[in-house]
Design a protein around this ligand. Structure first.
Ligand code: 13P
Length: 255
């Protein structure tokens, strides 16, 4: 099974129309069709400007969240079809910051992911343990519980992101061995839920203080198929360096 690396930028709550335009114009020029798949996820307000520049290029645009209903009285929410209409291809679902600050649960994350796929979007589904959970030896149990939401999703329009909460925005990265161990467990879990063939083809991204200087080593692990990059993705040069790191020794695809 060959898995094309996927590198996604999660801008979180950063950026302006001017900055996203300059960034995407630069990125589109530098990203090759043959290399890793590249996705940029800016805040909702920047999606129209981003999609306009990315359409027809090797760069795809993603949102950072979506609601599970198609429309209705849900003040402040955005439906997946509204994103698709803009030319948005991907959506991040279940990010730990949503879980931590905005009441996201396994159930709501699962509902968002199903609705997103139903609207034709590809989903980056996030899982990951807190520091307390890791120290209590609960990491694999937490990942197993969180990934239950994958059941019933279409694996052809899915990527999984392992983001240990203690590594997000802290400058503290999981070791390559810690990442590989979690990814192997997640792939085993995905096989139970989605079938062996689907799990073998599923991209599992690592996220948590990915930087230009650690990306290549993380991505060299057999089951690390890409990166979900927060802070370091805000700088175009840094993000391009991470994409180059994802090219790795095998130039584009893992066997
Ligand atoms: P940092 O790369 O800033 O640690 O953020 C990771 C993340 O949460 C990506 O979704």
């Amino acid at each position: 099974v060959s898995r094309r690396p996927l590198v996604a930028a999660n801008w979180k709550m950063h950026g302006t129309v001017t900055s996203v335009q300059a960034y995407l114009e630069g990125l589109v020029e530098r990203v090759a069709i043959a290399g890793p798949e590249v996705v940029v996820c800016p805040p909702f307000t920047l999606l129209p400007a981003a999609a306009l520049i990315a359409t027809g290029s090797a760069v795809a645009v993603g949102a950072q969240n979506c609601h599970w209903e198609e429309n209705g009285a849900f003040t402040g929410e955005v439906a997946p079809a509204m994103l698709a209409e803009l030319g948005v291809r991907w959506v991040i679902v279940g990010h730990s910051e949503r879980r931590q600050y905005f009441g996201e649960s396994d159930a709501t994350a699962g509902a968002r992911a199903r609705a997103a796929q139903h609207a034709g979007l590809d989903v980056i589904f996030c899982v990951g343990e807190t520091l307390a959970q890791r120290e209590a030896g609960e990491t694999l149990a937490v990942l197993e519980r969180q990934s239950t939401a994958l059941e019933g999703l279409d694996p052809a329009h899915l990527a999984l992101a392992y983001e240990p909460v203690w590594a997000i925005g802290t400058g503290r990265t999981a070791t390559t061995a810690q990442a590989q161990e979690a990814h192997v467990a997640l792939r085993r879990r995905a096989a139970e839920l989605l079938g062996g063939a689907a799990a073998a083809g599923l991209r599992i991204l690592y996220g948590g203080s990915v930087k230009p200087d650690n990306a290549a080593a993380l991505l060299a692990e057999a089951d690390v198929d890409g990166a979900l990059v927060g802070g370091a993705s805000l700088d175009l040069e840094g993000f391009c360096a991470i994409i180059l790191g994802a090219l790795g020794e095998r130039r584009g695809a893992k066997e």
